[in-house]
Design a protein around this ligand. Structure first.
Ligand code: LIP
Length: 276
């Protein structure tokens, strides 16, 4: 195959997913190996608790190198190094969180993931999330369903919001956390219970497989939810913002249709997308 043909390898969702799974598994192995050794070179970003480790950086470099070796004309948006290449027109934009759940990784809590999505012309068409601590893996292609291994995922069907187990997360800024704390305190009596697991990608996969009945969070970046959002969507989960907005930095809400509206309305009433 000549270079031109290599640059124009088929960009079908299934082909892109195959590459994403191979690269994400290799990256998860690196994260696991580095965790076992030591957490070196811990730095901070937006606040003193917003940490980044040598592993975050090493894993991102590894994934970018592997993707561009396979598909030189593509672009990559990663959490640690931003947009690493200018993608050619019609190329794939890869969206990567090298270690989602970095604080869990730092503490050795087995809830951190490599999250990798393939976006074509603004639409995520394939995604994989690998729990780097356990090896558990969730995949999806647009229109092809969501899977955990060979099990098709279809979310949960709680009887109502009051019986729903809801996941959420909090930002790193103390002022935002104060607002988020007030919101979750008011939501708690309205639901079965709350879980704060620490990695958005895994929270979204948990909703896809029914291990959570819903999830919401303000302040997520594209790399936190691009892959997990496709897994949830393909499992029949509604993934949206508040009041008709698209999911994004202001708010992401993910829940099965049976409880999406009451969860949405409770969050809107509590101004969950507001605050600093
Ligand atoms: C994390 C998110 C999580 C959020 C954390 C953090 P990171 O991403 O996945 O949902 O609650 O505060 O932002 O920083 O570990 O990649």
């Amino acid at each position: 195959m000549n270079q031109f043909a290599a640059d124009r390898a088929p960009s079908t969702p299934a082909v892109l997913l195959d590459l994403a799974v191979r690269v994400a598994r290799e990256a998860a192995a690196t994260a696991r190996r580095m965790r076992a050794g030591a957490i070196g070179d811990v730095g901070t970003k937006s606040t003193a608790t917003d940490v980044v480790t040598a592993a975050d950086k090493a894993v991102e470099r590894q994934v970018v190198e592997a993707l561009l070796a396979a598909r030189p004309g593509d672009g990559v948006l990663g959490e640690e190094y931003g947009t690493s290449e200018t993608a050619q027109p019609g190329a794939v934009r890869w969206i990567l969180d090298p270690i989602d759940g970095t604080v869990n990784y730092l503490y050795g809590l087995p809830q951190y993931a490599v999250s990798l999505a393939a976006e074509l012309e603004g639409v995520v068409v394939a995604g994989v999330v690998v729990n780097a601590a356990t090896g558990d893996e969730w995949t999806a292609t647009r229109g092809g369903g969501a899977w955990r291994g060979d099990r098709r995922l279809r979310g949960s069907a709680p009887a109502g919001l009051g019986q729903a187990l809801i996941g959420t997360g909090f930002g790193y800024d103390a002022r935002r956390r104060a607002h988020q704390g007030r919101v979750v305190a008011e939501l708690l009596p309205q639901v079965r219970d709350i879980r704060r697991l620490g990695a958005a990608a895994l929270d979204l996969c948990a909703v896809a497989e029914g291990a959570l009945d819903g999830y919401y969070e303000k302040g997520l970046n594209p790399w936190d939810w691009a892959a997990g959002g496709l897994v949830a969507t393909e499992a029949g989960i509604t993934v949206a913002g508040l009041r008709g907005a698209a999911p994004g930095l202001d708010m992401l809400v993910a829940a099965p249709p049976v409880i999406f509206e009451p969860l949405h309305d409770a969050l809107a009433e509590l101004d969950a997308a507001g605050g600093p």
